[in-house]
Design a protein around this ligand. Structure first.
Ligand code: ACM
Length: 640
């Protein structure tokens, strides 16, 4: 990658000095409208931020910009509160306006050779304008330390911009692996660069309960801790009694208050999720009386060992009971206590109560469930879950909040006002919208960031793949659905196999860029080739900011088939235009002096390994992929 980056830097120098075209301006997500002007604004040591507003949030945004510009340029870029625009040139001017077209998050940004003006109806718009402005500066603006000997140029331009959707989210699963407060703050800092405004925290699951609830101390004394294991999650050996249960963690209520404030300061709402009635092992281990199952006192918080049988499809068969018991009044008292505190801690209007992948096999055997069904006239286990969800909706509404869940909450009858988060494709969302319910789209097909983004031979193994170009095809409003019910969308980062922040970044970027563009930019502005050019420019910014990202979009894509005479035929392609592919079958490492791929390959009879690498011109782009011929042979037998 390093060599590729050097190449990109020289390319940007070339465009900087010789042209003022859109290729120089490379903003993600693509703004609604941009018009290039003539010349550049150059930030000078005496440049200041003029603030024509007394609004405290506007002032905070101006201070963010001042801090960032000062820290990297080494200049003292002060914020000057003024009541009239000054005559001095070289300043960045912030003001609040009243322009209906811009809404609550839009902005206007004008850069001329002597002045930058930013206006928005609301401080959130100023904040997004600032993100755009930073992307107009050289990538070194993202450096962690002062950068000298650089001209801080911003091309002359006029931008009008506002989002397509109000719900632009990323979900971070902090239950499977715990990520501390600093990590979440860092994740927020990264997401706002691309104008995301919602962070969904998946706070509870079989592997951990991550939030302090007063009066229920075992949730975090017991439920937040499991045994550290590495390998392929889901196949770990069951923990033995002598293995320490010291892996995990939780947020205190003070941590949550701090995070909510940190997010709010950056115009991000935090959506809390308490995943019930399935995925509840950590709660049950803490308070076994919440399950329908005698014997659950002996359960342990999951460390990644098998607890579910998926061989029959959904819902899964639980091997140990990880469900709360809908027939038990104690469960509703427990959830009332939890939801009361969640409602107080998180100002956002929605509370997500999961509802996904709930096994029913322990309920089927429970006498308590049988009596509940008789009493309530419930005919199926889906109706039992629906009964539970409807009671939850009432609890949530009694705290002045709105109830939301994964699309399984449709099964057995949707609660009257529920908002549906559609994850098993778009179908649940379509159905809910047609019933007049609000919907957030986060389908596995386009928006699951835990899936592999390149070939399984090189990526950390997960059970499915979502390449960048597929993520870019995310269109939240399906045909035939009234757009007014589609609040927006989000991408979900599940962390069964994400052990640390560097890998969380790798899984999020660049697919998060594709999702951000689907949620912010006008549909008509989306263009894959243009997007990939802009992604490459963002990579320079990620490098400067020391944020990890996946280079998978540069890797070759393998497609295999059998010829009429049963020979292995291999087609190679790339997601991104303009790359050359070089290969070897002789076990040596190909470079650009090796055969260049021009047509489908037939593997030589005794070959054992195909090695492939992509180049852009003279520079390696993708990673060297070592593909066993045996693996390709196996793939010819797979249906898809
Ligand atoms: C989910 O991915 N189980 C919502």
């Amino acid at each position: 990658m390093k060599q590729f980056i050097i190449f990109s830097f020289s390319l940007s120098l070339f465009t900087n000095s010789f042209s003022q075209t859109n290729s120089y301006v490379s903003i993600v997500p693509q703004p609604v409208s941009m018009e290039m002007g003539k010349g550049n604004f150059v930030l000078k040591p005496d440049g200041a931020i003029e603030l024509l507003s007394t609004d405290a949030d506007a002032k905070r945004v101006a201070n963010f910009l001042s801090k960032k510009l000062s820290a990297v340029t080494g200049y003292a870029v002060a914020v000057k509160s003024v009541s009239e625009p000054s005559n001095s040139s070289g300043n960045i001017r912030f003001s609040l306006s009243n322009d209906g077209a811009l809404g609550n998050e839009g902005y206007k940004l004008n850069v001329s050779s002597n002045l930058v003006t930013i206006s928005a109806n609301k401080p959130a718009g100023l904040f997004y304008a600032m993100q755009t402005l930073l992307q107009l500066l050289p990538p070194e603006i993202e450096s962690k330390t002062v950068v000298k000997n650089i001209s801080w140029d911003i091309p002359a331009i006029t931008i009008t911009d506002y989002p397509r959707f109000s719900w632009r989210g990323l979900m971070f699963d902090v239950a499977r692996h715990f990520f501390g407060k600093k990590d979440i703050e860092e994740y927020i800092d990264q997401m706002v660069r691309y104008k995301f405004n919602l962070l969904h925290l998946h706070l509870t699951d079989d592997e951990g309960w991550r939030i302090e609830i007063k009066g229920l101390p075992k949730l975090t004394e017991v439920g937040a801790w499991n045994v550290k294991k590495v390998g392929y999650f889901g196949t770990f050996s069951p923990p033995t009694p002598d293995e320490p249960r010291n892996f995990g963690g939780f947020y205190t209520q003070q941590d949550i208050k701090d995070l909510v404030q940190y997010a709010k300061d950056r115009f991000v709402n935090i959506l809390p999720e308490i995943d019930v009635p399935g995925h509840s092992l950590a709660a049950i281990v803490s308070y076994p009386e919440l399950s329908c199952t005698p014997g659950s006192e002996n359960y342990h918080v999951r460390s990644g060992e098998v607890i579910m049988d998926w061989s029959h499809g959904a819902p899964p068969i639980a091997l140990i009971d990880n469900t709360l018991c809908p027939a038990n009044e104690k469960v509703y008292a427990f959830l009332d206590k939890v939801i009361t505190q969640i409602a107080q801690l998180f100002p956002f209007e929605y509370i997500h109560l999961g509802g996904d992948e709930c096994p029913k096999n322990f309920w089927e055997k429970s006498d308590a469930i049988k009596s509940l069904m008789q009493k309530e006239g419930l005919k199926t286990m889906e109706e039992v879950q629906s009964y539970f969800e409807k009671r939850l909706e009432k609890i949530v509404e009694s705290k002045g909040k709105k109830f939301m869940g994964w699309d399984e909450i449709l099964e057995g009858g949707l609660a009257p006002n529920a908002v549906v988060m559609s994850w098993r494709g778009m179908e649940g969302g379509i159905k809910a919208a047609k019933m007049g319910h609000d919907v957030v789209m986060s389908p596995t097909t386009f928006a699951y960031l835990d899936y592999m983004q390149g070939d399984p031979i090189i990526e950390p193994r997960v059970y499915a793949t979502l390449r960048l170009n597929k993520a870019y095809q995310f269109e939240p409003v399906p045909e035939g659905v009234d757009p007014k019910y589609i609040k927006g969308g989000q991408a979900n980062l599940w962390t069964e196999q994400v052990y640390n922040m560097r890998h969380a970044e790798y899984m999020t970027w660049p697919r998060g860029l594709a999702i951000s563009e689907s949620l912010w930019s006008p549909k008509a502005k989306k263009n894959w080739n243009d997007f990939t050019n802009r992604v490459e420019k963002q990579f320079e910014r990620f490098d400067a900011a020391e944020i990890k990202y996946s280079p998978s979009m540069y890797d070759p894509v393998f497609t295999v088939s059998k010829t009429a005479d049963s020979l292995l035929q291999i087609k190679l392609s790339t997601e991104v235009n303009g790359l050359d592919i070089y290969y070897s079958f002789d076990n040596t490492f190909p470079d650009r002096f090796y055969p260049k791929y021009t047509e489908p390959l037939i593997a030589p009879k005794d070959a054992v390994m195909l090695k492939v690498i992509t180049y852009r011109g003279k520079q390696p782009a993708g990673r060297m992929i070592l593909m066993p011929i045996e693996e390709l042979q196996k793939r010819t037998k797979r249906k898809n």
